[in-house]
Design a protein around this ligand. Sequence first.
Ligand SMILES: *Cc1c(COP(=O)(O)O)cnc(C)c1O
Length: 387
Amino acid sequence: MDLSYILNELGEERSEYFNAVAPPIVQTSNFRVNKVEELKKLFADEYSGYLYSRGLNPTVDILRKKLAALDQAEDCLVFNSGAAAIFVAVLANVNAGDHIISVENPYSWVKRMFDLIFQRFGVETTYIAGTEIEQFEKAERPNSRFIYLESPNSWSFAIQDMEKVAAFAKRRKLITLMDNSYCTPLYQRPIPMGIDISMQTATKYVGGHSDTLGGILTGSRQMIKKIFDCEYMAVGSGIQPFNAWLLIRGLRTLDTRLARITATTREVLSYLKTHPIVESVLFPLDKSFPQYELARKQMENAGGLISFFVKAGERKEIVRFCENLKHIMMAVSWGGHESLILPRCASVNDTDFDKDNKEHRMLRLYVGLESAEYLISDLDQSFRLSF
Ligand SMILES: *Cc1c(COP(=O)(O)O)cnc(C)c1O
């Protein structure tokens, strides 16, 4: 399906709402039913029509159609946050006594979900680097049920070979979920590569303006309906119509924004690589990246995140660097219009700072929609003032 068609037309029946170009926000909790027979049908299968907005809603449906098409998936559900999407997907697919194989250092709240919540219900998780297929084979137990992937990781950009993991999982009858937030379906499509569930936080690139949270699951019709029928309805964390509308608006410019961000990121990366204070950079499509060949094989491109290591002798140099930036903001998240910086040493005490520990000297830059010159001059003035 043509990307322009998906972003501009798919799912939008404009003649049903006054030929308005922008879709309506159907801000309603419930829907009137005319016949008892209709009600009977909806009670038996809420996935068959509009009854109550914790289930289906017309504004959300427009978004679902577009997101499913972008992922080349049969169906899609949208949640109030990425964390909710992940929680519901795992909850729907594991039982007490099951075992999960997860990449190490998944998104921080995912690790807490596994260690603090699922653990309480007898579900154990084994963490592996995920860089070699043998690690998955070694971690497998007779009760393994679910494989949790995130490729690339949003700090280290560690990558898993999706086709190999998907083939292994299919042989062993394990369910796979891939957090595809870094790439979005524009740069990587897990479903055609054999992954069962593709997840994205819509808070990042899909929303794109740092003004709403959202989370996406796509997969087969059977998988998505199974999740809808029970956990999606029971947890009740589906996206609200207004937030869905913001995400539809975000999608209009997704490819334009990503193209701009990707181009600017290359310029900022070149600048960082030659700066004397920068020891090294991490970027999946840079030749120095340890999994460069695999990144090139399964990703069409790389977005706005760059991790880099500075030659700092003391924590306060990094603190100064972050605080002296005039335009690049210090904030969590990424994928919006605004460039952001995060230092790893934010969670390290001054006295515990170890200059020989590379992690302590790590920063993550997110490149937004500003111009490359604007960002480079900001970084440059802050390097000069801080080190
Ligand atoms: C932000 C993020 C999430 C969580 O999404 P929320 O919308 O914040 O709940 C999950 N995975 C990755 C890689 C993220 O960056």
